[in-house]
Design a protein. Sequence first.
Length: 492
Amino acid sequence: MTTATPVKTEYEAIIGLETHCQLSTNTKIFSNSSTAFGADPNTNIDPVCMGLPGVLPVLNAKVLEYAVKAGLALNCQIARYSKFDRKQYFYPDLPKNYQISQYDLPIAEHGWLEIEMVDDAGNPIRKRIGITRLHMEEDAGKLVHAGSDRLAGSSYSLVDYNRAGVPLVEIVSEPDLRTGQEAAEYAQELRRIVRYLGVSDGNMQEGSLRCDVNISVRPVGQKEFGTKVEIKNMNSFSAIQKAIDYEIERQIAAVEAGETIIQETRLWEEGSQRTSSMRVKEGSSDYRYFPEPDLAPIEVSEPQLESWNNELPELPAQKRHRYETELGLSAYDTRVLTEDRPVTEYFESAIAVGASSKAAANWITQDIAAYLNKQKLTISEIKLSPENLADVISRIESGKISNAQAKEKLVDLLNGTEPEKAFAGQELINDEDTLAEIIDEIIAANPKQVEQYRGGKTNLKGFFVGQVLKKTNKRANPKLTNELVEKKLNAG
């Protein structure tokens, strides 16, 4: 959970995000070429995405389903009637010299999502961020700059059209964000949602989730917005936060110096940790939108909408609230458990078969998470089933094994050893008479330490407990052993 950091009190930033999210369909939005990432350049192409004469686009039905589900999850109003439009612009990686997108009648509008942060005192803060619109569109190709020259940094460019026609939804937020941390949290929550839905993998490194930031500053109390600047080229949530924080300071400094802020597109330079000017920002009139003549309008029926709505899973924010209110988990635990859907499903499977929610949360967010991070694995790749984790927790809580024993065997358990085999012959000694007899023997064998303990060195209790554990090969119940050792030492 992030901590909100305000900007200078004299000014406030007005921030909105435009997020392009690649949909996880097997084929492209208007043709049957593969969308697989990592293919050799210009191998996932076809006449439609290359814009060859005489070909016609056909909408991928799965793209519409995924777009509607994303809109529903973002609490949007789904348009019963929408259409595609041509967005005109020339660029070498856009084969048709126009992009098929949606302009005035998008598939979804007027939604919101909730972000969570904490204030300086550690108290949770929840804020609702408006969603202006969500629309479908096709992606462009990719320019690969190569070679080098003294002035521009490259001497030639190659074009890879594999991404051309890959299905996207563009999600535009309201200008409700005020800090870089809020914007980064918004982007993270958006990624959680699309991953939970299964409509996108949200992988920023592969370009599946790309965020452009619109930002302006104004004096506190002023109603009018300042001049908006767009920032591109951010490939991580930390980059989003850093770029915004830098740009806020840059714009404030410019305003205070009497300089004019121009509407432009800037790039985030990760190496120098600064933004730099790329081009003057286009307006919508520059794109000369008009209805796409080769695609029919889209109508979503009430039965279809209801069917897709019923297929939505419980979303991350809903789970976080439920885990805190119904299961009594901490904000930290709920955050970790709901970050990825497979982790959530693992946790819920464990408590469904009897594991206590707090114990399961502790194991998953601490010991298991540490192992996964070290081994670079996902929770789906371990061989400790939720049922076996519940078995281990039950053995601990019933006193059959200790927490320390379970931790010692954790790697074996994660690699598939059954609890029955892992803890064979290691059940704890819980019989008071047996333990009392062992403790009496150890006390009798260590009169000097007994005298020191009774003389005030009470930390020597750990010595006696350790001797009991050693004598029983760590099978003595630790809690009961502590109680009995203290009782017998104090009895003298």
